[in-house]
Design a binder for this molecule. Structure first.
Ligand code: GLU
Length: 418
């Protein structure tokens, strides 16, 4: 029988920006902030829509919709990635920009929050078209970004190569030679050691910081949704520390092997086949099934709205580590909390990426190049200390880790606003 292919659900019934505002209200209910401050945080400082013309290889002209949301810069320049996805739209970008502002505050790095995107399935473009689209985004955005203003980076489907085109276009237009307007660049043009692995590794450090306190075993079983930059690097970090990754998926579907997957072999298989399904020795599963597997740690590492009021009651993991942005809806948060399943929230768990991006920006501005060991050591320190701060504070506040992370971030943003 043919395998049923279950893509990640991109359920727009759950508007990500509405979810973000609902999370804000829920945190404010535990520790109230001033109504002026709350009102300010209900909308971004600036929201930019652009139309990017691209001459396609067949000679036709196609117009793509692009965005940049500059949410809040009280703590530093707007910071956040650019997403290329066919479902990307303004409410998603707004939510992601809002979460970036909180994430940078949680990591205590001197950055505000922003996010960009283009509604496009990049797999449908040739390399020339992709380059022209990426340069087109910069041509229209150049007046509104810069090292002290707004510093974009990679996100879903955007790579170091794309950041390379973008920084080159920016320097052609403005003459800027710092290369500090974009992070996540290739090493040869000012990228940072360790940036590629940073989100996955940072999430692992966060898990490590409270693994024992949460009563998790020394060797955990781990299920990971997503096998892009984030999921694959997280898998490697867990395996290197003696944990067993039992399931992995990508947008087409996943595989499970209760005895542990050979991640190196799976990575090779994925490179060759563009999917993880049918990996020898493993059983195929859908993305929905992966979320409900018996395991110690569940890592949603792909898209928003994966754990919802529909499936939260079936989650069997002992911990959810959110490496994607917005994978759990507020309703699902309540269900997991009432069932005693802690969630290390996205704005903490996946802050490693933007943290090393900020290291890259600092290196560019100071004309320095740090070693991978230095970068990882600094990353570890931040992830451990901020995770402990939020864990301990959640006990004082008697609430979940997401509300606590919001409260800690809001206090820092409010302080900077004053
Ligand atoms: N796109 C990543 C995120 O969602 C990283 C952003 C950055 O490096 O600025 O956190």
């Amino acid at each position: 029988m043919a395998e049923k292919i279950m893509p990640f659900s991109t359920n727009r019934m759950n508007n990500p920006f509405q979810n973000a505002l609902s999370q804000l209200a829920r945190a404010n209910a535990v520790k109230p902030f001033s109504s002026e401050f709350m009102a300010r945080l209900h909308q971004p400082n600036r929201e930019v829509h652009i139309s990017i013309p691209v001459k396609m290889d067949d000679g036709t002209l196609k117009i793509f919709e692009g965005y940049r949301v500059q949410y809040n810069n009280a703590r530093g320049p707007y910071k956040g990635g650019i997403r290329y996805h066919q479902d990307t739209e303004i409410n998603e970008v707004k939510a992601l920009a809002f979460w970036m502002a909180l994430k940078c505050a949680v990591a205590n790095i001197p950055m505000g929050g922003g996010k960009g995107g283009i509604t496009v399935d990049p797999k449908q473009l040739t390399k020339t078209e992709l380059e022209s689209l990426s340069r087109g985004w910069v041509k229209l955005m150049a007046p509104l970004i810069g090292p002290e203003v707004d510093v974009p980076a990679p996100d879903v489907n955007t790579t170091p190569e794309i950041m390379g085109w973008m920084v080159d276009e920016y320097s052609k237009i403005t003459g800027d030679k710092t290369n500090a307007t974009f992070t996540g660049k290739p090493l040869e043009i000012g990228g940072s050691e360790g940036r590629g692995a940073a989100t996955g590794l940072g999430g692992f450090f966060s898990f490590k910081a409270i693994q024992e306190k949460l009563g998790l075993p020394a060797s955990c079983t781990v299920a990971i949704q997503g096998f892009g930059n984030v999921g694959s690097n997280a898998a490697e970090s867990f395996v290197a520390d003696g944990h067993k990754v039992i399931a992995i998926s990508n947008s087409k579907g996943g595989v499970v092997n209760e005895n542990g997957l050979d991640i190196k072999a799976l990575t090779e298989y994925y490179k060759t086949n563009g999917k993880v399904m049918d990996f020898p020795g493993a059983k195929n599963i859908t993305n929905a099934e992966l979320l409900e597997l018996s395991c110690d740690v569940l890592v949603p590492g792909a898209f928003e709205n994966q754990i919802t009021d529909q499936n939260a009651k079936n989650v069997k993991a002992k911990l959810v580590l959110e490496l994607a942005n917005g994978p759990t809806t507020p309703e699902a948060d309540d269900i997991l909390y009432s069932r005693g399943i802690p969630v290390i929230p996205d704005i903490l768990a996946n802050a490693g990426g933007v943290t090393v991006s900020t290291f890259e920006w600092m290196q560019n501005l100071a004309n320095e190049h740090w070693t991978e060991a230095e970068v990882n050591e600094k990353l570890k320190k931040i992830m451990e200390s901020e995770t402990n701060i939020i864990y301990n504070r959640s006990k004082e506040l008697n609430t979940d880790l997401r509300r606590t992370a919001f409260i800690v971030a809001l206090e820092r943003i409010e302080q900077a606003t004053k």
